[in-house]
Design a protein around this ligand. Structure first.
Ligand SMILES: [Zn+2]
Length: 334
């Protein structure tokens, strides 16, 4: 990692446990030593702060709830709004439109879409020796990500030995569910999946009203540019199409046909496989396409980053998982 001019490290909390995710130290063109922390919680104010807290998206396991309260937070405008709605707090950092760039202490940080959730962002920058660093966040579609030398990425479905890590979206099943039923409801998490449900409905030609649970409605109105006619539950005329969190399906009338948009099979309603992620093949293809010298797998917790990193190593790539990163800097040395 020294040749590439970056150090990837993990921080510890005051109680000795690891902070989630990781940080990257590198030099700017002006020779200044900078630290970017990625999807981590804030460091307490009494300790030195990283130059930026990069927040890739507003899912809770990426810790925006904590990082959004720092003026060093950076995320897309939509991620900031999603965090504010989800956590009922004011976002204190800076934002940019997805696709735009910003400057942090002399370093140009560019953003790219990864299509994981509304507003989700990959971050890209170069250091003093020209190493191109890309942090993908969670990825649904890698086609617009730039080539890089150091790839910092996820492995939510990155275990090539696990059959549940292989899937295709069941767009046909979703379309059939929508068209074949007069009264239909989809169970979908309020942030991420609910917006994907509305996008899919519009893209398969449904132009009627979509009734949504309150938080889902607020997020979808704010985050989708062309959401069409949206209403609260029970507020539209005619036969509604509803989108509610999975655990709210029971509250809807029993005459409705109900589905859950998930890859899991432990709900009492039929599942329609619609994922917000690349599967194991997609992740491997992404690495092949971006062709980095080093891949760092930083998310999620558990064994999947390790499995994905070994898979990449056996395929001739140079990869390391977060649990093998031994550089640990305590708060005093950020
Ligand atoms: Zn996510």
């Amino acid at each position: 990692m020294v040749d590439l001019g970056i150090m990837v490290f993990r921080q510890k909390n005051v109680n000795g446990s690891f902070k989630p995710h990781l940080s990257v130290k590198f030099r700017s063109d002006e020779g200044e030593l900078l630290t970017f922390s990625i999807d981590t919680t804030r460091t307490p104010a009494k300790y030195p702060q990283p130059d930026a807290y990069l927040i890739t998206h507003a899912h809770s396991d990426h810790n925006g709830k904590s990082a959004m309260l720092s003026d060093r937070a950076i995320c897309s405008d939509k991620t900031a709004r999603a965090l504010e709605i989800r956590h009922d707090k004011t976002y204190k950092g800076r934002t940019m439109e997805l696709g735009a760039s910003t400057e942090v202490n002399g370093v140009k940080v560019s953003t790219y879409p990864n299509f994981h959730t509304a507003g989700s962002t990959a971050f890209y920058w170069e250091n003093d020796v020209g190493t191109r660093i890309l942090v993908t966040g969670d990825v649904k579609d890698a086609s617009q990500l730039p080539d890089c030398d150091v790839l910092i990425t996820e492995a939510n479905y990155g275990d090539p030995g696990d059959t549940t890590c292989y899937f295709d979206d069941d767009i046909q099943g979703f379309t059939n569910a929508l068209q074949d039923n007069a009264c239909v409801a989809f169970g979908a998490y309020a942030f991420g999946k609910a917006q994907r449900a509305v996008e899919l409905m519009r893209s398969c030609g449904y132009n009627g009203a979509v009734e949504m649970e309150e938080k889902s409605l607020q997020l979808t109105r704010c985050l989708l540019d062309d959401a069409g006619d949206l209403a609260g539950i029970g507020e539209s005329c005619g036969d509604p199409v509803c989108v509610v969190p999975p655990w709210d399906l029971d509250k809807l009338p029993s005459g409705m046909t109900k589905y859950v948009m998930t890859g899991r099979s432990d709900y009492r309603y039929p599942a329609i496989q619609i994922s917000d992620h690349l599967d194991a093949r997609g992740l491997t293809d992404m690495v092949r396409e971006l062709d980095p010298e080093l891949t760092v797998v930083y998310h999620p917790g558990g064994h999947r980053p390790g499995r994905f990193a070994s898979h990449l190593n056996s395929g001739g790539f140079n990869a390391i998982a977060i649990d093998r990163i031994s550089n640990v800097l305590s708060n005093e040395f950020i």
